[in-house]
Design a protein around this ligand. Sequence first.
Ligand code: FAD
Length: 583
Amino acid sequence: MTEESKPRIGVYVCHCGGNISDYVDVAEVAKKIGEDADVVVSKDLMFDCSDASQNEMIEDIRAKNLDRIVCAACSPKLHELTFRGTVKRGGLNPYMYYHANIREQASWAHEADKKGATEKAIAHVKAAVAYVSLAEPLERPRIESTRAVLVIGGGVAGVRAALDLSDMGIQVFLVEKARNLGGHVSELDSVYPYGRSGPEIVESLVGEIRGRENVTVFTDAEVVSYNGYLGQFEAKIKVARQQGKDENIEVKVASVIVATGFDSYRPRKGEYGYGVVKGVVTLPELEELQRRTVAGSLEVEGRKINEVAFVYCVGSRQKEAPPSETEQTLKTNRYCSRFCCNAAVNESIVLGKKHAGVTSYHLYRDMRTYGRNELMYEEAARQGSIFIRFDEDNLPSVYEKDGRCGVTVKSALLQNQPVELVVDLVVLVTGMVPRTNEGLNGILPLPIGSDGFYREIHQKLRPVETNISGLLISGTSQGPKDIRETLASASAASAKAASFALKRELELEPFIATVDPAACKLSQNCIKECPYEAIEVREGKAWVNTAKCKGCGACVAVCPTEAIQLRGLRNAQVMAMIEAMAR
Ligand SMILES: Cc1cc2nc3c(=O)[nH]c(=O)nc-3n(C[C@H](O)[C@H](O)[C@H](O)COP(=O)(O)OP(=O)(O)OC[C@H]3O[C@@H](n4cnc5c(N)ncnc54)[C@H](O)[C@@H]3O)c2cc1C
């Protein structure tokens, strides 16, 4: 290597105001690293991230002709982007930078051993220097984007998302497999809070969509094929035409929002007497009944309803089934369905108002009328509802009693003494379960969580994104939610989708796989291993689709000829880091 081509590295070791320097001898780290022939500057600074320190780095880059930088500081999650920006302002490519984490990895992890923490910090910074010595300038790939979004599912989530996108001037294709928009909400008699009817809520949303030129609604329709990547998805929609042939329509969109909703838990035959004891219904069935009933005339199986028992947590928060049971009963839903305590309490208030004289008993495990919904609980209690708590080891039993429904519950407040109720109607407060949706799941690479709902990348930080860029999820397709929460997540998904659709060009991360065609012997191992379907064969060699690749490195590990490598993390860089640490 000639003098001119030798790397000229600047290293800045941070005290982090004592967070690091209390346990790591930062001056010693800077001194040791400064002994490396390629390191031109090695300093310890009180705060690398302060404006003064960043300006000092920029001055060093210019004055000492540095061509790559290492900061040894806190977690890269905090300040890697900050220092890439510093390096860029100094006139270097932002990827001629490496961030060594000596706070979480050295000082905080080894508070009781300053010598050991210092040695570990030195090893980390040596590895960083080895990496950056082999760094190459990287460019962020750019792809064109289409000003359109596909929304799958026309419940309240899908309709809300379509309206938000339309408001932002984006073309929307809304696909609903049923004849009408609205999903489950159109089946609800009285919706908490405020008791508006479900169809009324749906109409206020759907009414807004009508006449919008930039929203195309396909009902009786399903997505039958999908291809492409962020910015350039292509989907084929099959629309069933009444008295006629199906029509296939192709659309091109920047991103896809999946809002396909949930199913209600269906109790097994005999579960709390369901399907066996007359007068046992589910909450959705009671909603349906209420919609068809006028005030004062509530009857089930020809029996006037005066007393009702609601049994909570049916199909939610289930205990692990014993291994001897059948496969069907082994499947348990451990999660809470969120909406059902509120919906059941609301329903009992409505019953009391609509059919004077009806008494409601609530057999519950925990009453989760969270937030403002607590006011409904108070109203139900004032109205005369009786609340009886049981614990998960003492589930109520339901049976026929003198032509009515007998319910025995061990009350937790009475030290598990059994209480028998004889009522006219038992309402099983059933929770939400994931929709099966096999057709769609076979077409879109949607990640499914252990509970069966679609899974986001990160519940708190990226709540509507999946690990496929541009493929977003919203509403109850990703887990139980009430309408308010559903609409909030739909708006979040539409904001994210708009961030893709409104740009002509999208910038991607540069850390992606790249193939050396001369070394590729087409083992195709990479194609099999890639979880993102980002690799295909072109001209007899493996070829990486830049827009689909997420830089996970699964392909690198299985390539027998090392023809495929990650930009910004080449095999030689990894080996150099390991060797530097081991030295
Ligand atoms: C009994 C009951 C009472 C409730 N009461 C209340 C209440 O009082 N207040 C409240 O806030 N919430 C209540 N909820 C919850 C409320 O129903 C949900 O929050 C809401 O329906 C979620 O809307 P969504 O759009 O996510 O899903 P959904 O309503 O399930 O809509 C999804 C839509 O996607 C369509 N779809 C599915 N798969 C496909 C596909 N492959 N292609 C195209 N389209 C597809 C479906 O046909 C459907 O139209 C209640 C729920 C139940 C069961």
